[in-house]
Design a protein around this ligand. Structure first.
Ligand code: GTP
Ligand code: MG
Length: 198
């Protein structure tokens, strides 16, 4: 799929105020700093459509971007950032979980995971919650430019092992990406295109 247009529509912290249009929607979620906003810019080919930062906690709201006039990409705040106050943190978590539970247009959530790290409890727990809530999701491993191919393969294998230990029957559909060099873009867009056709 070719991206012909990508426009920012609205930011808010209330799922009830998200766009009313019933278009297929895909949301990026994951730990702060994992590269959610950068990946939106990479796949749309717009350098600064979504705001990014070297410091975690940059995205604080639900951000809707309309793509090709007929589907939405959603950038969400990260979870697991210790330096936001407890109160702010619980607000983040409430509206993030509200978003996933209530947004009927959501076709698939993409859980972003930094390919460099060992499986983290918070990500496994979040995926467990998605599974229990019957919310469809895929995994996107990010920052693949930061490690070599052999390590990428062994880190993905480690993830698979951890998920099977966590009672998953199989590893969810997953993608390997780099917003630095564009790796994984075509595969991810082709997958979304397939879901848009269903
Ligand atoms: P929050 O909004 O704070 O939750 O973060 P985020 O997940 O949106 O991360 P963001 O896209 O702002 O990126 C965080 C940092 O990681 C930035 O310094 C990016 O340049 C860097 N980054 C993101 N993706 C990649 C990648 O694929 N490769 C490399 N090398 N750096 C990346
Ligand atoms: Mg962000």
């Amino acid at each position: 799929m070719k991206i012909n247009s990508a426009e920012f529509v609205i930011s808010n912290s209330d799922v009830a105020k998200c766009p009313k249009e019933f278009l297929p929607e895909y949301a990026f979620i994951g730990r702060s700093n994992v590269g959610k906003s950068s990946l939106i810019n990479m796949i749309t080919g717009h350098k600064s459509l979504a705001k990014t930062s070297g410091k975690p906690g940059k995205t604080q709201l639900i951000n809707h971007f309309k793509i090709n006039g007929n589907w939405f990409l959603v950038d969400l705040p990260g979870y697991g950032y210790a330096r936001v106050s407890k109160k702010t943190k619980s607000v983040f978590q409430q509206f993030i979980t509200d978003y996933f539970e209530k947004r009927q247009q959501l076709v698939c959530g993409f859980v972003l995971i930094d390919i460099r790290h060992e499986p983290q409890k918070i990500d496994l727990e979040f995926m467990e919650w998605l599974g229990e809530s019957e919310i469809p999701f895929c995994i996107i491993f990010t920052k693949a430019d930061k490690i070599g191919k052999t390590k990428i393969a062994s880190h993905v294998a480690e993830y698979r092992k951890q998920m099977l230990l966590n009672h998953w029957e199989e590893m969810p559909q997953h993608f390997i990406t780099s917003s630095e060099n564009g790796f994984g873009k075509d595969e991810l867009l082709a997958y979304i295109d397939g879901l848009n056709q269903d």
